[in-house]
Design a protein around this ligand. Sequence first.
Ligand code: NI
Length: 170
Amino acid sequence: MIYPIVKYGDPVLETPAETITEFNNDLRKLADDMFESMYAAHGVGLAAPQIGIGKRIVVIDITFKEDPEAKMVLVNPEIIKIEGRQRSSEGCLSLPDFREEVTRPNVVTVRAQDLGGKWFESTGEGLLARAFLHETDHLNGKLFITHVSALKRDMIRRKVRKLQRAGQWA
Ligand code: NI
């Protein structure tokens, strides 16, 4: 099932998500639906709050269907190690058409559970490191615009409000 993507302004995006404790078929179905919704929206990462579900699960595929082995599901992820620095343009399905340069660590290790509840660690570099950080931020109620200057953030907020008033942001 394809869910509509929740946009910036909805409180679910700025509320810390709940820890997942049940590893059952419903969770598997949620992960499948999240991949489907992410691909439909042309994204490479999606966190459950972005489909209005306040639970700590994210899906990532930085290859966008090229490599089936690149598909990742992270349940209850925690960033446990960061190294280096990268700066590049970042966007978010919940803030369509806004992109900003964001500085992030370049090598990131995440610890998470799989759909069976088993803990694992994964280290990513570059775009994958960025995806780990961006999606884990979502579960903590943080959007990428919290990493840009206050000036740019205010500019984006103003533009979003304008789009909301014009009925072009839902
Ligand atoms: Ni995002």
